[in-house]
Design a protein around this ligand. Sequence first.
Ligand SMILES: N[C@@H](CCC(=O)N[C@@H](CS)C(=O)NCC(=O)O)C(=O)O
Length: 298
Amino acid sequence: MTDPSYTPPKIWTWDQESGGRFASINRPVAGPTHDKELPVGKHPFQLYSLGTPNGVKVTIMFEELVELGIAEAEYDAWLINIGEGDQFGSGFVDVNPNSKIPALMDHSTNPPTRIFESASILVYLAEKFGKFLPEDHHGRTEAMNWLFWVQGSAPFLGGGFGHFYAYAPEKYEYPINRYAMEAKRQMDVLDRHLAENKYLAGDQYSIADMGIFPWYGGMARGVLYDAAEFLQVHEYENLLRWTKQVGARPAAKRGMMVNRTFGAPESQLRERHDASDFEANTLAKRIERGEAEAPEAA
Ligand SMILES: N[C@@H](CCC(=O)N[C@@H](CS)C(=O)NCC(=O)O)C(=O)O
């Protein structure tokens, strides 16, 4: 398949056989592929998501709000299996016309409010509850700077580096070089900033940290794309210090478990409907009770 001197044809056509990990779900058109209503649970907030870095941004925020004792921030988190095409169901597309997790409905408003794009969800929740976004204009702007930064930067890390290093059907030198360079540059941006600042927006932990931690904290912890050695992530000492600090927060630990479909069964809470689920309904507990099957060993 490798063709280093590919000449694009006059008109691009959809090659369904192009291969790679996500080939079966990628399409050149938008819109639903099938009719399917979304489930609605008992809480005002209904989250439709998956435990990928973009999903985890939002579950960390919800768990931080719940940790503060804000009962109105209780939520149901439903699993959207993007490998099976759940994001193309008609109900999901009504909540997010872009067919990507995370997507949120707030049923406490009249009419209910749909919120899509992870950063938009973080801002919505921060504004609704007056938490995790500095109140002064200067601090708020700095938090927004970093939140917009991650929305613009992470696609080069995930869709660029991660795709070509871990998911593409073959290893191609040109894109791996190009995106390894960019991934390292981005980690250096964070490392330099965190040398001078406790958190991204300064002294205060904010939605900027929640947006950046699942991606760049994941790189620092070596859990994304198995690339810690390749990209020598130990060099970014300030990024590592911040990653440990954020990762030690109880809400971050819980948020990383929600809608997770990989890793140890005790780390997976595939759906979250109540705060007690972290104890009672992990995959490990459900396997113990005979309600779920143990995942096949990788
Ligand atoms: N910019 C979006 C990106 C969301 C996104 O890329 N979600 C991925 C999973 S991490 C997805 O749902 N992919 C399914 C698909 O592309 O069909 C956000 O921040 O919410």
